[in-house]
Design a protein around this ligand. Sequence first.
Ligand code: FAD
Ligand code: FES
Length: 608
Amino acid sequence: MSSKLTPRSLIRFLQSNRSPLTHLYPRSPTSRHLVPSHRYSKAQSSLIVPYSSSRSFHQTSVIMAQEFKLKSPSTLSDLKELDKVEAEVEGIEGGKVLLVKVNGKISAVNANCTHYGAPLKNGVLTPEGRLTCPWHGACFNVHSGDVEDSPGPNALNTFSVEEKNGAVYIKGKEADVKKGSRQVNIKTKPTSDDKVVIVGAGSGTFGALLKLRERGYPGQITVITNEGLPIDRTKLSKALITDASKIYLQPGEWYADGSITFENDTATAIDFSSKEVKTKTGKSYPYTKLILATGGTPRQLPLPGFKDLSNIFLLRQVSDTQKIMDAVGDKGKKIVVVGSSFIGMEVANALAKENSVSIVGMEAAPLERVMGKEVGQIFQKALEKNGAKFYLNASVDSAVPASKVANAVGLSSVGAVKLKDGTELEADLVILGIGVAPATEYLKDNSSITLEKDGSIAVDEQFSVKGLSDVWAIGDIATYPYHGPGGGGNPVRIEHWNVAQNQGRSVGQQIAQPGSKQKPFIPIFWSALGTQLRYCGNTVGGYDDMILKGEPENSKFVAYYTKGDEVVAVASMQQDPVVMKTAELMRKGKMLSKQDIQGDGDVLQANL
Ligand SMILES: Cc1cc2nc3c(=O)[nH]c(=O)nc-3n(C[C@H](O)[C@H](O)[C@H](O)COP(=O)(O)OP(=O)(O)OC[C@H]3O[C@@H](n4cnc5c(N)ncnc54)[C@H](O)[C@@H]3O)c2cc1C
Ligand code: FES
């Protein structure tokens, strides 16, 4: 049966669950959590609400704008253009803001990123007022606090700034300083018959929903999903989260406010001429605009044993991590990870400390094809330090049963993975990390669309599906023309969290405000491989050289991937914000050349 997630049932989600942000920041203050009056910094002359120690006045001061003194700086005159200065706020425990100067104007915003809380003082600020987080590329407008690029699920609060009487003051609400972020207000009561249907509820969909409502789309929005509310999928392989509610991108209440209906169902076919999505439960969902965002399906290994034996797992959804963690049980298990891809490496890294983990890879070094052997070996060493054992240049032959006796459900459990050279790696469980295929089975026999060879959907620069009207495809299923460095408009399909979400944001904006200008973005990726990896750009056209700088032996490096004299991609560990600065330089066509990098060129000193 398909079950409808109505606004009321979405609110029920919230009663038992908290948004990810509430884990990072203190909850907003209520009347029960008032800060003692003596801890406020008084600037009586320009207070909007008179300062008072009486409870009723005090409550009012919490919800209305108030003036707060900063512990430092004491003057604004020392701030230089594009400076970013973190300042503590007097009277608010742990309260911090970031002062920034852009085109002579000084603004104050929350000091930490709304994604995972990185200090924005270490980010990258451009003359247009774009502030990019140093960790994963979330970008905010310092004048409005709005999100400009994913993955920030919330915006920043902004505060006015004033210098007087030998001190600097910000004006705003205490709750806004404390909370550290502003939930984007998508409250809508649809007023039009226009109807957007979105298939899938992942990263791309989240970006589209946010932009559709933020930009005032007045129609109805239905999301058909077989996974529930959008989650932070990237945490599955890094922290093996087994409770979806802990990684919701937004709580159910937020979607309910935006009059967004979630249908728990699976799309099985689409009739593009009658404009309807058909589902497994036999329903039809009519649309005026359709966004396809169904992501990837992890690949199975078509080798003996892998299909038949139990305790062999894929990893894409929370239901997968639940199965994996059930099999891991009280730790100390023998685990074989097949595939030295990002997901395989991350899950191996997460499990290696408390289990005996072996990684089987076909290349001479993990991720060699994408990152090169030298860089791959840095990752290998980092994981080996955590206890993982590598079997490289290896091919898998089969999965071997633990015993010939079938279990209660008729399956025998895996006991080992046999390699082509005869080696048998004992295994209590096996995790496959051998890539994904675009999840487009529901379009396979559709005569209105021709899928690409890999099963993906070809789209144009606006992510509009070629040959169809009012249909867009985003995320892991979309092959789009790449115009970043070295791209030349060549088609590429990029499996990155930010790419999916930025594409979704772009489509949401186009639907809400037809004809509005699209913002180009540079692909950004991250991974946790012992140390945090950042990556930007793309090697769609290949790369012919790699320049490695830093201390690779200490997992502290920058790798520049070049084609001819152009830097087409950059990877780094422990060198923030080199990758985010590079992404901004690439976006503006100002990235240093290979020759610059080989010489004294320094990305961090380059002008934006
Ligand atoms: C474990 C893991 C870790 C990752 N870590 C990183 C990382 O650190 N950094 C990074 O940049 N990228 C990472 N990625 C990649 C990133 O998560 C994806 O590129 C991104 O989620 C793609 O977004 P999407 O919207 O295209 O698809 P998804 O987020 O996969 O969402 C697709 C949704 O559609 C649903 N769906 C599919 N078919 C149907 C159907 N027929 N009917 C209804 N619903 C359907 C799916 O259940 C899912 O909910 C990771 C991926 C995984 C699996
Ligand atoms: S912490 Fe800022 S983008 Fe992730």
